[in-house]
Design a protein around this ligand. Structure first.
Ligand code: GLC
Length: 493
């Protein structure tokens, strides 16, 4: 039985293979879908114009507030930009209560966010806050003290730098009455209800924030091309030629600076190939999607990002558990698993379990055992069971990393950057790219298998973690919006 466990795990793992030829097909299809998204509304790849038309060069200065909604935590921070590529960031993080994410009203959610901003101001900027209250009491006229960049990491149709309507929720959020509404206006009205001295100055996707922050901290001869998130969700924003964004012609009422000839595009690549024309699928992917709250949507994300890798693994483990007795007590095993183990709960497995298992290089599976105990309450698994788990984890993680090369290669090819630049800078953030062992190595392996990139192209690509991208990036965009300053012009120096 034990050897059949490993055999079966190996058989399942094979289904997660994503060979070179499929990577290449994926890239060609991504380029096709991205062209379609630039030309018209409603395409699979949203290719959202952000109205941010330049990237920073590190000389920007000032104190800004930023908030970040989009993952497991809500973050509030203030960012002091020093103007010399450095910054100071003070932040607080709070878990978003599940009921606010999926069953409440948008009013409940935004009021909760405003309350966190209030608490943050009271702790970290109380002097300003009290001064504002005093002025109000004395009726000396309203004055906004803080410009706030709102990182809202969901698909939003932007119609200006500080307004945009929510297209759909992703990553487990589901508050239907917010869809179709301006999320900046929702936040501003909750802020005003609490009488806070804050103006929502800019609306920012986390990928755009990552791109901006990376450009600020590592300015080079060539600015950063792409900001990408591989965390709870996955997505990217890149610098596109304005002339390629043909759908802008139909957005008559929007105003933006055309002097750079460029605009940052939020690809929303989590929804690449929702029609599954090229994405690989296993039974676990199909069932995960069918049981999710947005079936048929975010199909790329459901194979790549942190929120889903744990669930893919859980389903594969459950399969081995039911069919071959994985973690089930037998005459020869001492293993035990309680009925309240997260193995039995949908979305119960965290990606950190996969990272921990993948990182284990010991013969005795020390970390695998610890991870199984911590995450699943599995006690005394056998070495064979650990081996089976490791085989599955490796396959699921490696497929995710190789898939991640698809949008990257496509954007490199589409923008022609490899032909014109010696170094192509990419800023990344998110728990998967940061903590999953060898994620970048596998990604690069697949990147090199794309003929138009190859070894030479891969060498030109510089990938760097852009920590706190959403905070600093949002602050930078709030700066542009509030001062009507243009980035990367002599004015910003
Ligand atoms: C999801 C969101 C997207 C965000 C990404 C990473 O894909 O739709 O807007 O950038 O997650 O957080």
């Amino acid at each position: 039985m034990s050897s059949s466990l490993v055999e079966e795990a190996t058989r399942i793992a094979l289904q997660f293979d994503y060979p070179a030829e499929q990577v290449q097909r994926g890239v060609a299809e991504y380029i096709r879908q991205s062209d379609e998204g630039l030309a018209k509304e409603g395409a699979t790849l949203s290719q959202i114009p952000t109205f941010v038309t330049a990237v920073p060069n590190g000389t920007e200065k000032g104190l800004y507030l930023a908030v970040d909604l989009g993952g497991t935590n809500f973050r509030v921070c203030s960012v002091q930009l020093h103007g010399d590529t450095t910054f100071n960031l003070t932040q607080s993080k709070i878990m978003i209560p599940r009921e606010l994410m999926a069953s409440g009203t948008s009013k409940d959610l935004f009021l909760f966010l405003a309350r966190q901003i209030e608490a943050f101001l009271r702790i970290h900027h109380n002097e300003h806050f009290e001064a504002h209250l005093r002025r109000k009491r004395e009726d000396r006229g309203e004055e906004y003290l803080f410009d706030l960049g709102f990182t809202f990491s969901f698909p939003v149709r932007q119609d200006g730098i500080n307004s945009g309507t929510l297209i759909r929720w992703t990553k487990g959020f589901n508050i239907p009455d917010a869809v179709g509404h301006d999320v900046c206006a929702l936040l501003q009205s909750a802020i005003d209800d609490l009488d806070l001295p804050v103006r929502v100055a800019a609306l920012v996707n986390d990928t755009v924030g990552t791109l901006m922050a990376r450009s600020y901290t590592s300015p080079g001869e060539t600015g950063t091309l792409l900001g990408a998130i591989f965390g709870t969700g996955t997505n990217g924003a890149y610098v596109e030629k304005l002339s390629n964004v043909s759908k802008l012609e139909n957005m008559n009422d929007s105003h933006y600076d055309t002097s750079t000839g460029e605009m940052i595009i939020n690809a929303e690549w989590g929804s690449f190939d929702n029609q599954l024309s090229v994405l690989p699928s296993t039974i676990y992917d199909i069932e995960l999607d069918a049981d999710s709250n947005n079936p048929g949507i975010q199909m790329f994300e459901k194979r790549v990002s942190g929120m889903f890798l744990g669930e893919i693994l859980r389903r594969a483990l459950l399969d081995l558990h039911t069919k071959l007795g994985l973690f089930k007590l037998s005459k020869t095993s001492k293993v035990s698993i309680p009925t309240d183990s997260l193995l039995y709960r949908q979305w119960g497995l965290d990606t950190s379990l996969l990272s921990q298992v993948e990182a284990d290089t010991t013969k005795q599976f020390v970390d695998v055992k610890a991870a199984l105990k911590d995450h699943l309450k599995v006690e005394n698994p056998s070495d064979t069971e650990c081996k089976a788990v490791k085989i599955l984890v490796h396959a699921i993680g490696k497929r995710a990393a190789r898939l991640s090369a698809v949008p990257l290669a496509a954007i490199l090819i589409h923008t022609g950057k490899l032909d014109t630049d010696d170094v192509v800078d990419v800023g990344v953030d998110g728990s998967v790219v940061e903590f999953y062992p060898d994620f970048e190595t596998h990604l690069r392996g697949a990147l090199r298998e794309v003929p138009q990139v190859g070894e030479a192209g891969d060498k030109k690509v510089r990938i760097g973690i852009s920590k706190d991208g959403s905070g600093v990036g949002a602050a930078l965009i709030a700066l542009v919006a509030s001062k009507d300053q243009t980035l990367v012009t002599p004015n910003s120096k």
